[in-house]
Design a protein around this ligand. Structure first.
Ligand SMILES: [Fe+2]
Ligand SMILES: [Fe+2]
Length: 239
C-alpha cells in the first residue's frame, strides 16, 4: 500500500483529534530517537572517516527530528510521551544494527528505511497541508532531511557494494517483509487470543456456573462439620 493511501486512510482516525495526533507524533519522536542512537553507534564503529562523518551528521539530524516531534506532541497533549505503547518504546532504544549487519547491509537498511520515511512524511504534507499547516511545515522540513539520507546511503551503498548492490537491496527487502509478517502475525495473534478469551468467558463459564449452582445445596457458605474428630491425627487431616 502506498504512503499516500495510508496517509489518506489514517487521516480521519489519527490527524483529526489532538490526543491521537499527540500519540502519533510521540511515536515518531521515539522512532527518530532510536535512529539517532543507531546512527551515532555506526559513526563510532565505521572505519571509514568520511562515512563516519556522514553517519554523525545523520545522527544529529535524527536527534533534531526527535526533539521536533516530541515538542509538537507536548503542545497537543503532554501525557502522550509518557504513555507510549511498549512497541513504540522499543523503537527508541539502540538496536546496534551496524554491528549486527555490517556496513553494506546496514546502508541497504538505512536506504530502505529513509525512502519509506521520506515517502510517509511527504504524503502527510499533502494530506495535512490545509487542515494542519504547522504540522505540514514540520513534516516537509523533516522530509527534506530524509531526502539527503536517502541520497547519501544510495551513493555509499553503490560505492561499497558495487556489483553486490542489487543483492543487498533484495536481501533487505526480504528481511523487512519477514519482519512485517512477524509483526502482523503477533498483532493478529494478540487480537485472536483476546476474542477467544472473551468467548470462553461468556460461552463456557455461564453453563459451568449454572451447573455448579444446581449441584450446590440451597444453603451456600460454611457448614458445620459432620462429626467432631476423635483423635489428634484425625483433626490434623482436616478433610
Ligand atoms: Fe528522521
Ligand atoms: Fe532520516
Amino acid at each position: 500500500m502506498s504512503h499516500a493511501v495510508i496517509a489518506r486512510l489514517s487521516a480521519p482516525l489519527v490527524w483529526r483529534r489532538p490526543k491521537n495526533m499527540a500519540r502519533k507524533l510521540a511515536e515518531f519522536g521515539a522512532t527518530e530517537a532510536g535512529s539517532a542512537l543507531d546512527m551515532l553507534r555506526a559513526s563510532e564503529l565505521c572505519p571509514d572517516p568520511r562515512l563516519r562523518r556522514i553517519f554523525l551528521r545523520h545522527a544529529l539530524d535524527e536527534a533534531r527530528h526527535a526533539r521536533l516531534f516530541r515538542h509538537a506532541a507536548d503542545q497537543l497533549d503532554p501525557r502522550a510521551r509518557h504513555e507510549l505503547s511498549s512497541r513504540a518504546q522499543s523503537h527508541q532504544r539502540l538496536r546496534d544494527l551496524y554491528a549486527e549487519l555490517g556496513a553494506e547491509a546496514f546502508l541497504a537498511f538505512v536506504l530502505r528505511a529513509e525512502q519509506s520515511g521520506e515517502g510517509h512524511f511527504r504524503a502527510l504534507v499533502n494530506e495535512l497541508g490545509r487542515s494542519e499547516p504547522e504540522l505540514a511545515t514540520l513534516f516537509l522540513a523533516v522530509a527534506k532531511d530524509e531526502q539527503f539520507h536517502v541520497a547519501y546511503s544510495a551513493h555509499w551503498l553503490t560505492r561499497l557494494a558495487g556489483p553486490r548492490r542489487p543483492a543487498r537491496i533484495r536481501a533487505e527487502r526480504l528481511s523487512s517483509l519477514w519482519l512485517a509478517w512477524r509483526r502482523a502475525g503477533r498483532q493478529i495473534g494478540e487480537r485472536v487470543s483476546w476474542v477467544l478469551g472473551v468467548l470462553l468467558y461468556f460461552a463456557v463459564l455461564p453453563p459451568f456456573a449454572l451447573m455448579l449452582r444446581r449441584l450446590e445445596s440451597d444453603d451456600p457458605g460454611w457448614k458445620p462439620a459432620r462429626s467432631l474428630p476423635s483423635s489428634i491425627e484425625e483433626a490434623r487431616r482436616q478433610f
